[in-house]
Ligand binder design. Structure first.
Ligand SMILES: Cc1ncc(COP(=O)(O)O)c(C=O)c1O
Length: 425
């Protein structure tokens, strides 16, 4: 289907054929959901051994009773795993509760209200503190900035990560830019892994930015490959050490998409000076994290080898769902200009760019045919996709058969919305 070369008569004919196809799909009364990037039930079940795994033994390797208060930065064995995942030293890691998003929210709240160094370094002292947001990106990052009143400035994602020429130019020109969001590996939603050059340039931002600048390096998909040969990404901490900017980057990860999404453990890594300030802040609100859960996790996944074989089981479950989405998109659109997408090698999403002005209509049509998609615009700050193009597809929860059906609906909706838009142009 090539819309640009089509006559009005051809477009009208396509519209009536597609409308008939769409109405037939509506008659199926589907109820399918491709919205949030959650693990499927089968994936969650891979970690059910967590329940009861301690068998009455609550003592950590260094003799601590995990049931008691204390240990604000987590138990040593969980720190060792987190340090391995994020490639940092043992004194550069903190292990928290069930959500890395909570750690990110707390980090920005602290930086905004109290500052990393002293009250004078608090971002609230700026007239208009700003954050760089590579787009498309993760909606919940944007919600944190929005809640704190931090203005968001978008930067386009490229095949190697954020457009670094733009990032550097903006930071040089505006000292009120206080940070930047990054999902560096199998990015949400594009699936892009940052190139070595991008990692190195991000590690140098601390040299050109004003003081108090922090990169929020959310490595949520660090070990979430979809192939037998996971992509390698350069270590941001190693690059920071080279450039003497260790305190300019704060890393995050969690086991949410490794074990049980709602009851995993979360990691934060940075220079000891940043962690010291953060622990002082954290200590006002808690006496310590759930160390029993950390210990449970370390029994299930004691080291990187165990982690890798566990992740291979996830891959086996979700890869067929991704394959289904990609196969359907290829069959429908590879010879047309109706959509563009990346083939991710990991992560939880496929990012689909429709023709300009069509995303909202596609999502609406799909919803009215029983297929829920993430709201159009959600991958942009303030839910504002200026071109109304990007749709995030999250295929992990439905079964392969359900993904197949949902994609049939999606494809008809994309075609119909595109033809409608062309006819109205
Ligand atoms: C990029 C990214 N960061 C963080 C999270 C949430 O992580 P957690 O469950 O550790 O809070 C998600 C979940 O979808 C995500 O996609």
């Amino acid at each position: 289907m090539q819309l640009n070369q089509a006559s009005q008569a051809q477009l009208s004919q396509w519209q009536s054929e597609l409308t008939a196809e769409y109405q037939a799909l509506q008659q199926q009364h589907l109820n399918l959901d491709l919205t949030r990037g959650k693990p499927s039930t089968e994936q969650l079940s891979l970690s059910d051994a967590l329940d009861g795994i301690l068998n009455g033994n609550y003592t950590t390797a260094d003799g601590t009773d995990a049931r008691n208060y204390g240990g604000i930065d987590g138990i040593a064995e969980a720190k060792a795993l987190g340090a391995n995942i994020l490639q940092v030293n043992a004194d550069e890691i903190l292990v928290g509760g069930n959500s890395s998003l909570t750690l990110m929210h707390q980090t920005l709240t602290m930086a905004y209200l109290f500052g990393f160094n002293d009250p004078a370094s608090a971002w609230k002292n700026e007239t208009a503190p700003k954050f760089l947001c590579p787009v498309p990106g993760y909606d919940r990052h944007f919600s944190i900035c929005e809640q704190l009143g931090i203005e968001m400035i978008t930067v386009p994602m490229t095949a190697t990560g954020p457009d670094m020429d733009q990032v550097e130019a903006m930071i040089k020109a505006d000292s009120s830019i206080k940070g930047m969001w990054c999902v560096p590996k199998y990015s949400n939603p594009t699936g892009v892994t940052y190139s070595d050059e991008t990692v190195d340039r991000i590690a140098q931002l601390g040299k050109i930015a004003s003081g108090n600048f922090r990169v929020m390096w959310d490595n949520a998909y660090a070990v979430h490959g979809l192939t037998d040969t996971p992509q390698a990404m350069a270590s941001i901490m190693a690059a920071c050490r080279k450039h003497n900017t260790e305190d300019s980057v704060i890393q995050f990860a969690s086991t949410s998409k490794i074990t049980h999404a709602g009851s995993g453990i979360a990691f934060m890594a940075s220079a000891p000076s940043n962690l010291k300030a953060f622990k002082a802040f954290l200590g006002i609100g808690t006496i310590g994290p759930d160390k029993v859960n950390q210990l449970r996790h370390m029994k299930l996944i004691p080291n990187m080898d165990a982690l890798q074989s566990h992740m291979a089981k996830h891959t086996a479950i979700i890869k067929p769902r991704f394959d289904s989405v990609l196969r359907n998109l290829d069959a429908a659109f590879s010879d047309s200009d109706l959509g563009a997408w990346e083939k991710p090698e990991g992560g939880y999403f496929i990012s689909f760019d429709a023709q300009s002005g069509c995303a909202q209509r596609i999502v609406q049509l799909a919803a009215e045919a029983g297929v829920k998609l993430t709201p159009a615009g959600a991958t942009y700050p303030y839910s504002n996709d200026p071109e109304d193009r990007n749709i995030r597809i999250a295929p992990t929860v439905p079964t392969v058969e359900q993904v197949e059906t949902a994609m049939q609906v999606f494809i008809v909706c994309v075609k119909l919305a595109s033809v409608e838009a062309k006819l109205a142009a």
